[in-house]
Design a binder for this molecule. Structure first.
Ligand SMILES: Cc1ncc(COP(=O)(O)O)c(C=O)c1O
Length: 292
């Protein structure tokens, strides 16, 4: 007998993970495959980060941590957001999760009600649509073409907004296209969003350091929308730590509290050892990021 909920039946299998697994199977059979599925750096985790994890084990960082993560890590993240991105988030506004993936899903589950619309510029990372469906929201794709360098214009964004719009998702630098919105392009989108104070902005900035063109600007740097912009980031891509599973959201305090409540009921804290490694990543030398 099987009994799978409608919720799970309506979800697609993670296409990136399925492709990655298929590629691993083919490689194991000796087939020469180029795996373009998961966004995985071609580097090993830097030595000083691995050492911090080993130390954490020896020093018995083996107990439950606060649900939102060790305060020392959240302080290190707040300092990173201030120093690198010029953003003002208190440590209490940061919730550490099992990768940016859980951070994204947490925010969507904590804010989207059944029937709420979520605008997703396309092409987009495959999980966005599924996460919105999980929350029983309605994904609203806004398709940008190659002629537009896969970037939506302010007119396209505004055209997709309805009274039911709860959130706009943005990913710059983008997976899968690699496109990077310039500061001016983001400002033009922020100017549209400034007119709609009830819309949240979910900015996935996990590829901040993987730039093949342009330069990175955080969507939270525009004061007119900063208090309802949620930044998603983590150590996976910048520090070659995809398997360690440390990501975070930086959010308004009311939302950070709601996300903590949610995560506290279904996964608790992210691994204590991985958190100490992430702390070393943020507080140690940043040369490794440049090198990679
Ligand atoms: C656009 C985007 N956001 C988020 C993630 C998830 O990152 P993490 O490994 O930290 O969960 C990925 C992973 O590939 C991604 O491509």
């Amino acid at each position: 007998m099987t009994h799978i909920s409608q919720r799970v039946q309506s979800l697609a299998v993670s296409a990136t993970l399925a492709m990655s697994q298929r590629s691993a199977e083919l490689k194991a059979r000796g087939v020469d495959v180029i795996n373009l599925s998961v966004g995985e750096p071609d580097f090993n985790t830097p030595e000083h980060i691995k050492e911090a994890a080993k130390r954490a084990i020896d020093e018995n960082y083996s107990f439950y941590t606060p649900v939102a993560g060790y305060m020392s890590l959240r302080k290190a993240i707040a300092a990173k957001l201030k120093d690198e991105n010029g953003l003002d988030y208190a440590p209490e506004q940061i919730v550490v999760s099992n990768g940016a993936k859980q951070a994204l899903c947490n925010v969507i589950l904590a804010t989207v009600n059944p029937g709420d619309e979520v605008i997703i510029p396309m092409p987009a990372w495959v999980s966005y649509v599924e996460m919105v469906k999980l929350a029983e929201g309605v994904p609203v794709p806004v398709v940008a073409t190659i002629e537009q360098d896969f970037k939506v214009t302010p007119e396209m964004l505004e055209g997709a907004i309805t009274p039911k719009t709860r959130m706009v998702m943005l990913c710059s630098p983008s997976n899968p296209t690699g496109s990077v919105y310039s500061r001016d392009e983001l400002k033009a989108l922020a100017d549209v969003l400034a007119k709609y104070p009830d819309i949240l902005v979910l900015a996935d900035e996990i590829y901040e350091h993987i730039l093949f063109t342009g330069s990175f600007t955080s969507m939270a740097s525009f004061p007119e929308i900063a208090d309802r912009t949620i930044v998603i980031n983590g150590v996976s891509k910048a520090y070659a730590m995809t398997g360690w599973r440390v990501g975070y959201c930086a959010a308004p305090l009311w939302l950070a509290k709601a996300v903590t409540k949610l995560q506290g009921q279904y996964s608790s804290n992210c691994s204590s050892i991985a958190q100490k490694a992430a702390e070393a990543a943020y507080t140690g030398s940043q040369e490794c990021v440049e090198e990679m």
